[in-house]
Design a protein around this ligand. Structure first.
Ligand code: COA
Length: 154
């Protein structure tokens, strides 16, 4: 997918090994508890559906999704902090949901921290619904934080 938005050129394409330095940089800048570089290497090896969003040739976001037996699981959706709030999260989410649907998924699941209101609002507006809670799922500064499990059915 390619699109020109104002003066900026956006492109979504498959992630490769050569992208991992840039992807890992975005991951570390966006999360308090980032994935390790090794996790991304494993995701490419499986292989999961891994895509990057480029703006004018710079990687500003990415998604990692597993797809099997009619079920998709969005494992990571991340944008660089300096591009937040411009609609790029929604663009990438709509794209990855479209990929899941076109590949035969009946449902797409994800986990999100309840404290991550930006992400929760993004998913709810995109048609995801609350399915349940996984207690103590995430690391936190004090103790652990639950995960909300959200799902969108096709
Ligand atoms: C969560 C994230 C993907 C959202 O991407 P984004 O590009 O900033 O979001 P968008 O500009 O597309 O906004 C999408 C929706 O998010 C919500 N949103 C955006 N900014 C928000 C804010 N400051 N506070 C609360 N909600 C907000 C709104 O509902 C918005 O929809 P609207 O514009 O129709 O009102 C992005 O902030 C991010 O990568 N964060 C760090 C990594 C992360 O937390 N990933 C999700 C893990 S589950």
């Amino acid at each position: 997918m390619s699109a020109a938005v104002g003066a900026s050129q956006l492109r979504i394409r498959r992630m490769g090994e050569v992208d991992l330095d840039e992807v890992y940089e975005v991951e570390r800048s966006a999360y308090d508890y980032p994935w390790s570089r090794g996790i991304f290497e494993d995701c490419l090896r499986v292989p999961y559906e891994c895509e990057v969003l480029e703006e004018n040739g710079r990687i500003v976001g990415y998604t990692v999704m597993s797809l099997a037996a009619g079920e998709a699981h969005l494992l990571n959706l991340c944008l660089a902090p300096d591009v937040h709030g411009r609609g790029l999260g929604r663009l990438l989410l709509d794209h990855v949901v479209g990929v899941a649907e076109s590949r035969g998924a009946n449902v797409i699941f994800l986990e999100v921290r309840p404290s991550n209101q930006r992400a929760v609002q993004l998913y709810l507006r995109a048609g995801f619904r609350r399915l349940g809670v996984r207690p103590d799922y995430y690391r936190a500064s004090v103790g652990r934080e639950d995960a909300l499990v959200l799902a969108r059915r096709f």
